[in-house]
Design a protein around this ligand. Structure first.
Ligand code: FES
Length: 432
């Protein structure tokens, strides 16, 4: 079950440290957020180290669908409805900045970067599309209603953001990471003050940035209340269709589409990690119906951290941790989210002003309906009888028969059948 990106890229290898180390800035986590942060620190001449528990990009980064866009489903109407126009406008501008940073970097990297239109469509709720267009127009972005798309079914409406982009994330990161100060196979198990402790060595740092997908330190920031994880699935088809764009259904149960070379990638089957879902079955049924001559060449699944208010958490880990930072909760928009995070965190640790640091501060209000849902899920699963308990905070694990894994419905940790940790926030294996 490897993604098309893993099958078609080769990442550089890095050593692991054999003695204690000291640095100005320690980045923990070698996915796209950590690597981009390290890249910008390198550009600024900062003394830094990035450590990754396994190989770089071996977590969620390798499983993205790699769409670079500032059209994040129907977020602008949501932000406008729940906040003032300034927040929606800042969100748009921040993500446009991230988009442009990719454009500049990708111009010199062979990473299959292509300009494509991005579309959000609906099958049955044109009013939602109209409201999003009106919200966008209010914050100064001209958006238009579309009646038809190059997809094999009718739609009830869509919005187009022209000239967005798609790329090959691992080819990009292979090039970006190759001269960085990275250590692999260095699993940080705990932090004691500003010292990161791995099995055999310690790393002392003035400032620490945690980019471990789900922030792994429990005692600050209450991320176990602020985040949950969502799983979604992808199949890659040969001999299907050139859809000439990137598409996503506004309905969370819907499908997404993009091409990679002559393959069609279809995403969907989303559900909270640890809950039942239709996984790849729904995608295969759709493919059989619409592309009967197509052949599936690979399939994979990804996992996203979802915040309470649909915006990422980027900045100080908590109000009280002035030398500890994090980035998480990209809500399935991890390409622009990770670039934004790298830009903001790099400026913050260098003591420079970043115009968007307040917008994404993890210390903003947590009073949102999702907080109650997260609390309810945790309470139910803590009280559920099961011999298999999650080493994170003790919730009952669920067996995922499609992927042969133990999954946690509370915060999304996952383990192989033999107990080996796959996804955090748990920071160690499950004892079988
Ligand atoms: Fe938190 Fe399992 S991931 S209890």
């Amino acid at each position: 079950m490897s993604s098309i990106w893993e099958e078609t890229a080769r990442l550089p290898k890095f050593p692991s440290p054999d003695k204690d180390l000291k640095t100005d800035v320690l980045v923990i986590g070698g996915g796209i957020s950590g690597i981009l942060t390290a890249y910008f620190l390198e550009q600024k001449g900062v003394d830094y180290i990035l450590v990754e528990k396994g190989r770089i990009c071996s977590g969620v980064t390798k499983n993205t669908t790699a769409k670079i866009t500032y059209q994040h489903n129907l977020i602008y109407n949501k932000l406008l409805k729940n906040n003032d126009a300034d927040l929606a406008s800042e969100y748009l501008n921040a993500n446009k900045k991230a988009f442009n940073m990719y454009k500049k970097l990708c111009a010199n990297i062979d990473c299959d970067y292509e300009i494509k239109n991005n579309y959000v469509y609906t099958l049955d709720a044109p009013d939602k599309i109209e409201k999003e267009i009106s919200a966008l127009n209010k914050i100064g972005y001209k958006a238009e209603f579309k009646n038809t798309l190059k997809l094999p079914f009718d739609i009830a409406g869509a919005i187009c953001f022209p000239e967005q982009a798609q790329f090959h994330p691992l080819k990009f990161l292979s090039e970006i990471s190759k001269n960085l100060n990275i250590y692999e196979n260095t699993f940080i198990k705990e932090m004691i003050g500003n010292t990161a402790v791995a099995d055999n060595i310690k790393i002392k740092a003035d400032k620490v940035i945690v980019t471990t997908h789900f922030p792994f330190i429990n005692k600050h920031g209450a991320y176990y209340l602020k985040l949950y994880q969502d799983r979604s699935h992808v199949i890659a088809l040969e001999n299907a269709q050139d859809v000439d764009g990137m598409y996503i259904d506004e309905n969370t149960n819907g499908l997404s589409f993009r091409n990679y070379k002559d393959l069609l990638l279809i995403g969907g089957g989303a559900h909270r990690t640890g809950k039942d879902g239709c996984n790849w079955e729904k995608l295969r049924k759709f493919a059989n119906l619409k592309y009967p001559n197509a052949k599936e060449v690979c399939h994979w699944a990804t996992q996203d951290c979802m915040s309470l208010d649909s915006m990422p958490y980027i900045g100080h880990y908590s109000k009280r941790t002035l030398d500890l930072y994090t980035a998480s909760g990209f809500n399935k928009w991890g390409m622009t989210g990770s670039m934004l995070a790298a830009d903001i965190l790099c400026d913050m640790v260098c003591g420079e002003k970043n115009e968007y640091s307040d917008v994404f501060s993890p210390s903003r209000s947590i009073l949102h309906p999702q907080l109650l849902i997260n609390g309810f899920e945790a309470a139910v699963n803590l009280m559920t009888f099961s011999k298999k308990r999650c080493p994170h905070l003790g919730c009952a694990l669920k067996w995922n028969s499609d992927e042969h894994t133990w999954d946690c419905p509370c915060h999304g940790s996952r383990f192989e059948e033999n107990g080996k940790l796959i996804n955090n926030p748990a920071n160690g294996d499950l004892k079988i």
